[in-house]
Ligand binder design. Structure first.
Ligand SMILES: [Zn+2]
Length: 223
């Protein structure tokens, strides 16, 4: 049976891929100059609870444009590249076998987009890691207990309260092997991933670190 949604996405990609998601240069979905920018270095941050977090690029300019094009505008042709960017952040944390635990989507966002962009990226990340010999499995064991909705309109303390106890472990949690790494597309304050870590560790699951495609530069030298 033809998957009409998938077909429509592929057709949309053909139309949309006429310019670079990062800089709008014509001819490609992501130009070599933007790719070079996104893979220039890996950012390391210590989150408020001391968790080590890594990201492939800043959530600024090109980094923001590419993440938003994929997440909000459905540029699915970017998925393999975003998978490689997240894989760079993972390998910086460890070269050991990993279980990647994605931050679950908000119900509203999932309904609006009809897809979970992060889940697609993480699938591409496991492929990218396998291709360089690092064993990786996607383990979506977290679920949202209550949906805090869009956090970007809230202040730092309001965000912290909104995400408190927002995650639960899926009742059908498979065994997690190797080092457990929480993955997200963008780290902003880190409050969401810190809460995810707290949820996992309360269930006796040790978290090795957090990896993301991009990280927001924080004011006040908290990076
Ligand atoms: Zn470009």
């Amino acid at each position: 049976m033809i998957d009409m949604r998938s077909l429509a996405r592929d057709l949309a990609d053909l139309v949309l891929a006429r310019s670079c998601a990062g800089c709008e240069a014509p001819g490609t979905v992501l130009c070599p100059a933007c790719w070079s920018h996104l893979t220039r270095s890996v950012i390391e941050r210590s989150l408020p609870d001391g968790t080590l977090a890594t990201a492939s690029t800043d959530y600024l300019g090109i980094g923001t444009n590419v993440v938003i094009a994929h997440k909000e505008h459905g540029w699915h042709a970017l998925t393999p590249m975003l998978g490689v960017l997240l894989a760079r952040a993972v390998t910086t944390l460890t070269a050991d076998p990993v279980s990647l635990v994605p931050i679950p989507p908000h119900a509203q966002a999932l309904a609006r987009r009809g897809t979970d962009p992060l889940a697609d990226i993480v699938t591409a990340t496991t492929r990218a890691l396998h291709s360089v010999g690092q064993h990786a499995q996607c383990r979506p064991v977290l679920m949202r207990r209550q949906d805090a909705g869009a956090l970007k309109l809230l202040g730092r303390e309001e965000r912290r309260l909104a995400v408190q106890s927002s995650f639960a472990l899926s009742p059908r949690t498979p065994g997690l092997t190797g080092r457990v790494i929480i993955v997200d597309d963008v780290i902003t304050t880190g409050i969401t991933v810190v809460e995810a870590r707290r949820t996992l560790e309360q269930a006796g699951i040790a978290v090795h670190g957090v990896a993301a495609v991009a990280s927001t530069p924080l004011r006040g030298g908290l990076r």
